[in-house]
Design a binder for this molecule. Structure first.
Ligand code: HEC
Ligand code: HEC
Length: 391
């Protein structure tokens, strides 16, 4: 008996010493990696369809600032416990938003009530956040850095100390800014990187502004007509020589009202058994009901449930949609507009039943899909050229 046991031990020992001849259960995760792109040129010579960008005089954009800003943006050490970077809620491969969740999750699983906006072309926005409560990219950064349910740093000084204590930042702020590392230059660097996320030259741009006949398929060209006739263009505006597909204004399209009243804008049937589905009548999500939109930035009652018009550039890449991410795809957004939103006092008069036919709906969708820029992969790879801030 004792000999058998000893033999077993020997066998086990040999097995343990030998190199495993089976595939490991977990995959080795290698860094995604990527090449930095010429973001400075991207800003100075925007791709077809976008105008010159207004850059604040106090923060002229330079290559040093962009590369420092990129490093900060993807650095997990900038959150209280070193696990969450800007780039984890604004994910390059997911349209610089988060496609897996309606609303992203902050530090230690904390609830964030709004959808993370895609950051493409954010350097052109005059009003930041869904309620427009901030106007400067330089200042904006301190909200995610300090908010308890985002990166949760206890103070500005804490963030500055984190950066000052990291070996790999030595000399970088001094090279980019005369004043070195300060509360202001953190914002200036992050703003400079984000200004570089200029993205256009879509099939629509090449057809409409570039006069390339075949750049956009016929279906999308018909969709462009629907887009104008249905009045979308009133808020998702375009100019003579460029297009932002937003006028940076605020409207009540009924989404905020519907959510506050607990009306699920996209009730999805739940499958109980093969062939048995029900549309649930009860919603267990209550936290989102506290969103009053623009009112939260102005305090005036007429601003209740108004939200900023989002750009439609790259919209096919940035699901889910609306301030609360309550629409899973473009089909459901178009269906919402087609039935006239959610009628209530305060609904913008241009949101009314459109009576679009099935063909017009597919044409409109084809048009929205033709707004995807040509440099998306470049911006992704550029983001991944930065590390992720290993401790
Ligand atoms: C926990 C997820 C999360 C993290 C981390 C995060 N963001 Fe955001 N970001 C959001 C959400 C959600 C909003 C919209 C908030 C609102 O409208 O009230 C937003 C909005 C923004 C906006 C405004 C965009 C627009 O179109 O108005 C910018 C710019 C931005 N974030 C940059 C950053 C930067 C820079 C960092 C890192 C310092 C960062 N974010 C970290 C989730 C996040
Ligand atoms: C009265 C102004 C107005 C009109 C007209 C309008 N929109 Fe919008 N659109 C908005 C606002 C405001 C939002 C954001 C609402 C929110 O976040 O709750 C929005 C959101 C969207 C979104 C979601 C984008 C995202 O990133 O979340 C799409 C897509 C869209 N609109 C397409 C259209 C189409 C197509 C039409 C025409 C059928 C149209 N819009 C008409 C103001 C308008």
């Amino acid at each position: 008996m004792r000999r058998v046991f000893a033999l077993l031990l020997v066998c086990m020992a040999t097995t343990l010493n030998a190199a495993p001849d089976y595939p490991p259960l977990s995959r080795v995760v290698s860094p995604i990696g990527g090449e930095p792109a010429p973001l400075l040129e991207n800003i100075k010579q925007p791709p077809l369809g976008l105008p010159a960008m207004d850059i604040p005089e106090r923060n002229p954009v330079t290559a040093e600032k962009i590369s420092l800003g990129r490093k900060l943006f993807f650095d997990r050490r900038l959150s209280f416990n070193g696990t969450l970077s800007c780039g984890m809620c604004h994910v390059p491969e997911q349209g610089f938003t988060q496609r897996e969740l309606r609303t992203p999750v902050g530090l230690e699983g904390r609830f964030v009530k709004r959808n993370a906006p895609a950051l493409y072309n954010v350097g052109y926005r005059r009003a930041l956040f869904h309620d427009g409560r901030e106007s400067s990219l330089e200042n904006q950064v301190w909200q995610p850095l300090l908010l308890h349910n985002e990166m949760a740093n206890p103070s500005i000084g804490f963030v500055l100390d984190t950066i000052a204590g990291a070996e790999d930042y030595r000399g970088l702020f001094e090279a980019a800014f005369e004043q070195g590392l300060t509360v202001e230059t953190v914002g200036m660097a992050l703003a400079s990187y984000q200004r570089g996320l200029v993205s256009a030259d879509s099939p629509f741009d090449r057809w409409y502004f570039g006069k390339e006949e075949d750049a956009m398929p016929a279906q999308a060209r018909r969709g462009w007509q629907v887009f104008q006739d249905a009045g979308c263009i009133r808020c998702h505006t375009i100019a003579d020589d460029h297009a932002h597909f937003t006028n940076d204004q605020f409207y009540d399209t009924g989404v905020g009202y519907a959510r506050s009243m607990g009306i699920d804008s996209t009730p999805e049937p739940v499958r109980l058994a093969p062939g048995v589905s029900v549309v649930p009548k009860v919603s267990f999500e209550t936290a989102a009901a506290n969103d009053l939109g623009r009112y939260e930035a102005t305090g005036s009652s007429e601003d209740r449930w108004l939200y900023r018009v989002p750009t439609l550039r790259n919209v096919a890449l940035t699901a889910p949609y609306m301030h609360d991410g309550s629409f899973p795809d473009l089909q459901s957004v178009v269906a919402w507009y087609n039935r006239g939103g959610e009628p209530h006092p305060g609904l913008d008069p241009s949101i009314r039943p459109l009576n679009l036919s099935g063909k017009q709906v597919s044409d409109l969708l084809a048009f929205l899909e033709s707004l995807t820029a040509s440099n998306v992969a470049m911006l992704e790879a550029d983001g991944r050229s930065a590390g992720i801030g290993d401790p």
